[in-house]
Design a protein around this ligand. Sequence first.
Ligand code: AMP
Ligand code: MG
Length: 327
Amino acid sequence: MAYEREKQIAIAAIILAAKLCERVRQEDNSATLRKADTSPVTIADFGSQGIICQALSAAFPDDSIIAEEDATLLQKPEFASILTQVTEQVKIELDHTREDDIVTWINQGNGSIASRYWTLDPIDGTKGYLRGDQYAIALALIEQGKVQLGMLACPALPLDYQQPESEVGVIFVASRGEGTIMSSLDGKWSYPISVNQTGNIGKIRRLESVESSHSDQTRQNYLDQILGLTQPSKPMDSQAKYGAVARGEGDLYLRIPVGNRATRPENIWDHAAGAIIVEEAGGKVTDLRGKSLDFSLGTKLSENYGIVASNGLIHEQVIKALLVNIP
Ligand code: AMP
Ligand code: MG
């Protein structure tokens, strides 16, 4: 099996990060800062990034890590108490952690594109996290511009989507050519998953962001009509949507850019882990034009336009409808 050591180290770190995120959410997540782009960031985002970057840097010192957060805000004197809170939370998972360590570890995620690099979103779907809904910890390993390993922890996702009140907390793991495994975060359950074998487009279930501003609703509604979708779409925050497609909870997830394509290309850490998890479960992921996602260009998918993740069987039909109807 490929990447055994990478998997072992990354999964152990992600599980610690997930514990921190859930604990902070249950205790008090009110310590929320605003980044330059006004999006929220919490002490759990920083704690999660610190734990995972520390583990990767110690085990794979030659690997570059490109992660969503950096420690600039935490180093400002007015946010000293936030740095203290992050440190206290990480200390519960990693003894002897100091404030200096936190800054160092978080900034290990400021790497650049290399022939082999990791990309991390320490909390994908921070808005969902704050709302008490879904979020994910997303980590992927990219080699030569192609995702080879992806891991997605979803601490609030039910293990059995047909029983939403059942046990929650799953981790999806996929490595190239070896399929996708879904396990419970406590390690008790683990099994291979695969996408739905539904080719009948009228019967499929679509997933979408809870935040309606994250995808173009007008163009989506038009496309739904053209494709003749009859089932209501399922709202879900974060890359948990990719996990949902991979395990057959839904069949299609689209991200249609709002307005001018140049204004907001997608971030690599928002899609790398999710994409391989869907592909290795038998599905397909491209942009709206049917083009493969290119992870070799920088922190953005700058040569791609939007996202289509599907069960594979309906992919061509969706791309065709997009090409004809969504200019
Ligand atoms: P989701 O819950 O699928 O919408 O995913 C959350 C991700 O949406 C975050 O990681 C952000 O990178 C991304 N995001 C934030 N604002 C926007 C926006 N205006 N349009 C599209 N995506 C966004
Ligand atoms: Mg994100």
